[in-house]
Design a protein. Structure first.
Length: 626
């Protein structure tokens, strides 16, 4: 796990960019604290920051050049099945100088070029330079677990693991107002867009081939979609058995490391399954959970402790108070190199910070919700489809629901909030409903928030235009492209790597993704259960208490924090004077939102305020003096 950066010069004057790449590399020392190095010639300048996981010796340092001196790689990720190719490559005459997956990947690329991507089980973003052909090949993993930003200018092509690492490169930094609109509606910015006009994200399953006269981008992998030709023909019991077999193989593969390893254990089904499987392969598994001392409604550590006791793991509970958050909050806001407002990132960051002194690698349960239908919105969508008349009836009661206090801060307030969202969604078409489920506020609300001189319409249907939304399978498929890659995996990567911790996601092995998408929808959700096949497959392994409680997700008490410890920052960056001088947002709309936050019916005001605060702190750091 590392950070990569580089520039390809179309005019062969890389020496002009060497300082920029060195400066770029310094922007993500947290991604690779163990070693940093720069490689350059007249065509490219590559930088690499290393977090040593497999073969921690200096022989595995990057940028790594092959024996001939022709090819050089910078690589971020893990190639779990790399040992499978030792014999083949040795028979080709390769004499390995390290025991790293990096070296195997480079020689596989040399032999197979882009076809090497089909052989990799793992997650990655990497670039290979061919000094003879004067080309650079850049690829991102199938699901989008590792990030890759790039910018194409007249004189150069630049790339990096994080947006902040592109800022030292010489190009105009201007806000992409369409991306701003998406961010305010979704709380994140989907690929291929970024918050800057001249910067894009390489999408999952894509590669870019840069040559002296062209830049070609291609899709080498697409997540398989459910169809009559791909559907699983076995019984429900067969599906459970096969899922257990595939998950066991995936977890086992992801336990490969030359450094200490453990698991995140929240007490939910997903992380409990991963921890249970891992405990069968590790003599004494280390598990970690986080709780909220001052907000018991959000604290689920008792369930994690039940699982830890059952699997006999060495369990550590990290208890965070509001004071802990206050001390941590400033580093969180400072860490976002692109606006990102999923507030559960706070909990992931705090957990990663306290886990890092114990282990360098942690397994998580991310991805199961998008594969097997685990979100409350999936339940709501399922009910809308199964009971359309009841759904339409509920929409008539919307004015009544809106009279009650709605917020995420209590069980009753959250029920009201969900009823309101359900009743609102019942008024829309299937395509429009999906956008409602995915958004924290409507496009119309965003339009009111942004000044007319700045606002640009950005229809979120553009991001999911090639997906149908007529079935539950379609909803999950859209989530795998929109929510999983751009929200969930972005959150885990940024927050874990902020603390130099590698997080691996066994559910997102591409073989499991393909299997999950082949299952009939009633294997995943029915009137009683979400993630049905997953829950039933491990019912005998997990404490019964995990099955008799509502799903909360990895949420934090954002409303409480916005009304208390965040108030000084809110007063600073959302003050009328700041807003009016900035000339992006409507000061009057923001003040209305602030009043709603402190009212008896805050709704999702805290989430909207948090998104604004995150953007403002980012703008202050990166754009205020551009």
């Amino acid at each position: 796990m590392c950070g990569i950066t580089g520039i390809y010069s179309f005019s062969y004057i890389t020496n002009e960019y060497a300082e920029s790449v060195t400066h770029s590399l310094s922007k993500f020392t947290h991604r690779g604290p163990d070693f940093q190095r720069v490689f350059s010639d007249e065509t490219v300048c590559f930088g690499h920051a290393r977090l040593s996981i497999i073969d921690t010796s200096e022989q595995a340092h990057q940028p790594f050049t092959d024996a001939s001196g022709r090819y050089t790689i910078v690589y971020n990720g893990e190639f779990y099945n790399y040992k499978n190719y030792y014999s083949e490559l040795k028979s080709d005459g390769v004499s390995f100088v390290s025991s790293s997956d990096t070296e195997v990947l480079l020689y596989l690329y040399i032999k197979y070029k882009e076809a090497c991507l089909d052989k990799i089980s793992g997650f990655f973003a990497f670039a290979v330079y061919d000094s003879f052909e004067k080309t650079v090949f850049i690829a991102r993993d199938r699901i989008g677990i590792k990030p890759l930003y790039y910018t194409q200018q007249d004189d150069f092509f630049g790339f990096a693991s994080e947006l902040s690492a592109l800022f030292p490169f010489p190009f105009a930094k201007e806000i992409n107002v369409q991306a701003l609109s998406s961010y305010l509606q979704l709380q994140y910015i989907p690929a291929p867009d970024s918050i800057l006009q001249s910067v894009h994200k390489l999408a999952p399953g894509e590669y870019v081939y840069v040559s002296p006269h062209s830049v070609e981008k291609k899709q080498y992998y697409s997540i398989p979609q459910y169809s009559d030709n791909t559907k699983f023909e076995g019984s429900y019991e067969d599906a459970q058995k096969l899922l257990r077999k595939k998950l066991d193989a995936s977890v086992s593969e992801r336990l490969i490391a030359d450094v200490p390893l453990g698991t995140f254990l929240s007490g939910g089904i997903d992380s409990s399954v991963i921890s249970t499987i891992a405990s069968k392969h590790v003599s004494t598994l280390q598990t970690f959970s986080i709780g909220f001392r001052d907000n018991p409604y959000f604290d689920e550590t008792k369930y994690a402790e039940m699982v830890a006791k059952k699997i006999n793991s060495e369990h550590t509970v990290i208890t965070a108070s509001d004071k802990d958050f206050e001390e941590h909050m400033f580093s969180i806001l400072d860490s976002f190199d692109e606006p990102f407002a999923d507030s559960s990132a706070i909990a992931v960051s705090m957990l990663s910070k306290y886990v890092k002194p114990h282990v360098t690698v942690a397994l998580s349960g991310d991805g199961a919700d998008e594969l097997f239908s685990g979100y409350n919105k999936h339940r709501a969508h399922y009910l809308l489809q199964k009971h359309p008349r009841v759904s339409r009836l509920l929409s008539y009661f919307l004015p009544i629901f809106q009279k009650f206090s709605a917020s995420r801060n209590s069980q009753m307030g959250n029920v009201v909030r969900q009823l309101i969202r359900f009743a609102e969604a019942a008024q829309f078409s299937p395509e429009e409903i999906y956008i409602v489920w995915s958004s924290i506020q409507s496009q119309e609300s965003v339009k009111q928030l942004v000044l007319p001189s700045v606002y640009t319409t950005n229809d979120l249907k553009n991001y999911t235009a090639h997906f149908s939304h007529s079935s539950m399978q379609d909803v999950l498929y859209a989530d795998q492209h929109l929510v999983l890659a751009n929200d969930m995996l972005t959150k885990v990567d940024r927050m874990s790597m902020l603390h130099s911790l590698e997080v691996r996601t066994p559910f997102l092995d591409h073989n499991i993704v393909q299997f999950a998408n082949s299952l009939p929808i009633d294997y995943k959700i029915d009137k009683h259960l979400k993630k049905r096949v997953l829950q039933d497959a491990y019912r005998g392994d997990l404490p019964a208490e995990l099955y008799n409680r509502p799903k909360k997700g990895f949420e934090v008490p954002l409303h409480t924090w916005c009304c208390t410890v965040l108030q000084p920052i809110i007063n600073e960056v959302l003050s009328p004077s700041f807003i009016e001088e900035q000339k992006i947002f409507s000061s009057s709309e923001i003040q209305l939102l602030r009043r709603q936050l402190l009212s008896n019916n805050p709704g999702d005001a805290a989430g909207k305020i948090w998104a604004l605060v995150v953007f403002q702190k980012w703008w202050e750091k990166y754009m205020m003096h551009v």
